[in-house]
Design a protein around this ligand. Structure first.
Ligand SMILES: [Zn+2]
Length: 239
């Protein structure tokens, strides 16, 4: 099972719904702990080594491959669902999006370790953005922390053949034949700002997948909150 399975998505959605219902009553550090705890639970449901979560005073969140860390935006806990529901829903599901990236890299590493996929042929030996990651493969190493590689090595038999097509597209995009395109897209995004290449960025295979997973979690949270509203209206009606 991976993080695109209904079970972890539904578990996370229910946890966020519970947090939502007492949002104003909880301090920021409680909300942070609650989100981290949910991430830990869903990671354990799918046997994913849990990344370190580092909270940052920044609008964007990301997964750091070589550190196996999620940099989570504090806006996930400071946005108010009462006044800005759409933004809140996006921010509060971003940590799941980032955890999905860790999930993708677990799939990749299992694919390489079981030889379901050949190691990518890196496009460059350079030191440009991301260049140090592909170059790890030239030394026949993996660009992940040693303890993560060891953990995944013990469970690599969980790899399923059905994951190969997606794994291949992520491998090509992140490390292989298309990684130059990815690097250029990221560089443009970082130097020129979000309005440039954001659509291109979102359609990279690993991003398209993580955004689709996030959208599904959003849908589940929305429907839980709406159902609760309907229950309240019914209680009004019959109460
Ligand atoms: Zn992403």
């Amino acid at each position: 099972m991976l993080l695109d399975d209904p079970a972890p998505q539904s578990y996370y959605a229910q946890g966020i719904k519970a947090l939502h219902d007492h949002w104003a009553g909880h301090a920021e550090n409680h909300r942070r702990a609650a989100i981290e705890n949910l991430l830990r639970q869903v990671a354990s449901m799918v046997n994913l080594p849990m990344p370190q979560v580092v909270w940052k005073d920044s609008g964007s969140s990301f997964f750091r491959i070589a550190q196996w860390e999620i940099h989570a935006s504090l806006m996930s806990v400071t946005t108010n669902p009462e006044t800005d529901f759409k933004e809140w829903l996006h921010k509060v599901t971003s940590p799941y999006h980032e955890l999905r990236h860790a999930d993708q890299h677990r799939v990749l590493l299992e694919a390489y370790l079981t030889k379901a996929l050949a190691l990518p042929v890196p496009f460059t030996r350079g030191t440009a953005v991301g260049g140090h990651l592909p170059s790890a493969f030239q030394r026949e190493e993996y660009p992940y922390p040693q303890h993560i590689i060891m953990m995944i090595r013990t469970q690599k038999q969980e790899f399923q053949q059905a994951w190969i097509p997606q794994a291949r597209s992520w491998s090509d995009s992140i490390y292989g034949a298309h990684s130059r395109f990815r690097r250029d897209t990221m560089e443009t995004l970082m130097t020129k700002g979000k309005e440039h290449h954001y659509g291109t960025y979102r359609s990279l295979p690993e991003e398209a997948d993580a955004f689709a997973v996030q959208t599904e979690v959003k849908r589940r949270i929305k429907s839980l909150i709406r159902l609760a509203d309907e229950d309240l209206q019914l209680a009004d009606l019959f109460g």
